[in-house]
Design a protein around this ligand. Structure first.
Ligand SMILES: [Cu+2]
Length: 208
């Protein structure tokens, strides 16, 4: 295993550390065991001056240190590769406000700066959703409703300032610009597909 790792290259740090530990163990074992035990219990190490010996215990410790260091390097490599994959896989729609729908929540920043924005909207739910944003003085849980129980988008109490359009399919995404420059005030984000508002798909948002 150790020899294999030595051949594999790119493991200089691990091998240097293992070598240092190995030399320290050799010095200790040499003092404890003495040269007379060399032939019976250990492995003679050529070029070691004064003569030294690697006992079976020293060989085992050496192997353990090497295994731990090699494991750490492999873990580090795996994390590096994983991070790279995550970074390259996170290319969503372009926009300065990241918004997500799930079953059955709207997730986005609850405070926005005034002005125009483009929402980078992704539907992470397993059923279609949409993203609407209304300017209104009403809280998210008290929007005006139609007779079918869904939000009355035509109510004079609501001003629609963002609409993702047709229901967005699962894993679908879109860059959705605001219809107007957002003035400071209170807003509510909603998914108004049938019954979704009542299932919890609304969120209070403040523009400052
Ligand atoms: Cu929905």
């Amino acid at each position: 295993m150790a020899a294999e790792l030595q051949r594999s290259g790119g493991r200089g740090l691990a091998l240097a550390a293992a070598g240092s530990t190995r030399r320290a163990i050799r010095r200790r074992e040499s003092a404890v065991y003495g040269d007379q035990r060399t032939a019976r219990h250990g492995q003679v190490t050529p070029g070691c001056d004064p003569p030294c010996v690697e006992s079976p215990r020293a060989v085992w410790l050496d192997m353990r240190v090497t295994l731990v260091l090699a494991g750490g390097l492999l873990l580090g490599s795996a994390l590096t590769v994983g991070g790279w994959v995550a970074a390259t896989a996170s290319t969503g729609p372009a926009g300065d406000v990241v918004a997500t729908t799930t079953n059955y929540r709207v997730q986005m920043p609850t405070t926005l700066r005034a002005g125009r924005h483009t929402f980078a909207y992704t539907n992470s739910g397993s059923v279609p959703h949409e993203l609407l944003l209304f300017r209104t003085d009403l809280p998210a849980n008290a929007l005006p409703l139609r007779s079918d129980g869904n939000v009355d988008e035509e109510s004079p109490l609501l001003l629609k300032v963002l609409d993702s359009g047709n229901a967005t399919v699962p894993n679908g995404s879109a860059a959705v610009p605001t219809k107007v420059s957002l003035a400071p005030g209170h807003y509510v984000a909603v998914c108004n597909l049938p019954a979704h508002y009542h299932l919890g798909m609304s969120l209070n948002v403040t523009v400052v």
